[in-house]
Design a protein around this ligand. Sequence first.
Ligand SMILES: Nc1ncnc2c1ncn2[C@@H]1O[C@H](COP(=O)(O)OP(=O)(O)OP(=O)(O)O)[C@@H](O)[C@H]1O
Ligand SMILES: [Mg+2]
Length: 323
Amino acid sequence: MYATQGAVNTLSDLRRASGAFDRVRSLVQTSDPDPSMYGALPPGAWWEVANGAQPVVEPYADKAGDAAVVAAKGGDLELRNVWFSYPLRADLPVLSDVNLTLRRGTVTALVGRSGAGKSTVAALLSRFYSPQRGAILLGEAEAGSFTRGEWARAIAMVSQEPVLFSGTIADNISYGRFGRCSLEEIQAAAEAANAHEFIKRLPDGYKTVVGERGTLLSGGQRQRIAIARALLKDSPVIILDEATSALDAVSEKLVQEAIQRLVAGRTVLVIAHRLSTVQAADQIVVMANGQIAERGTHEELLAASGPYSELMSSQGMMLGYSV
Ligand SMILES: Nc1ncnc2c1ncn2[C@@H]1O[C@H](COP(=O)(O)OP(=O)(O)OP(=O)(O)O)[C@@H](O)[C@H]1O
Ligand SMILES: [Mg+2]
């Protein structure tokens, strides 16, 4: 039901979505929009459609220029005094006056209780939604000065529940490059993402069809495919919404290693549930009730004995993970 977790940041998601517009448009003319359609639409789009607007089709990322890529390589990504509520629940403030700077080439970890607004921050940075007040800035330029296609080239998102489309594994990985890459490149990305070994053992290898939304693969396998896709995309900004679902120890380690390769040298926001990720971050930001409660390094925040150390002990974030 949460649109943000379907991470619509790739071409075929958008293609499928524009087919869904027609279906939804005919639906909403006779009845209320069906919330179960969210997954098939770019988040927020149902609202425009429900209100009679023609969905805006901007140039897809494969046709877009590299203005946002250049800006992201040269500057920070920032939420400045951002206020946001979801269109469905316009009366409920989800983010209140959020200021967050992702410094170029560094890792920011975002932590906080369930419902604090972490995935919403990721959705705004990906421009799946726009803030009601405040600004999103990339290298001091307003997000709106870049097309969505340019933006999509600059930012790769690995979502909390990665969604694959029902093609082959090779399709799903090469999607990071709009299908324009060789099998060697696909395989190199899969190797770096610790996915090659399990892919090789599948009956059809890279040609294995993953099933509707990737249901024939385990959560850990889907995540590694999503990481391989992001590696191939090679964008300067990575947003990683770590899965909360428990992975077995082996998958956990494989995913962690893949993440380390993915984030090297990039501007990274990781919504972190694992102590290893949190401790290694250049900056930790704690969210509570849609606001930034605290920020600093692991040591600083532990010493402050504030919301961070409280969160650590109450959520047992240190448990269950070997660091
Ligand atoms: N598509 C949506 N429409 C309406 N409200 C939403 C939507 N997505 C999230 N919310 C609400 O916004 C608030 C913040 O949700 P968000 O998903 O950002 O939390 P989170 O910090 O990522 O939580 P978790 O750790 O469980 O993933 C919650 O109250 C949630 O119910
Ligand atoms: Mg979330």
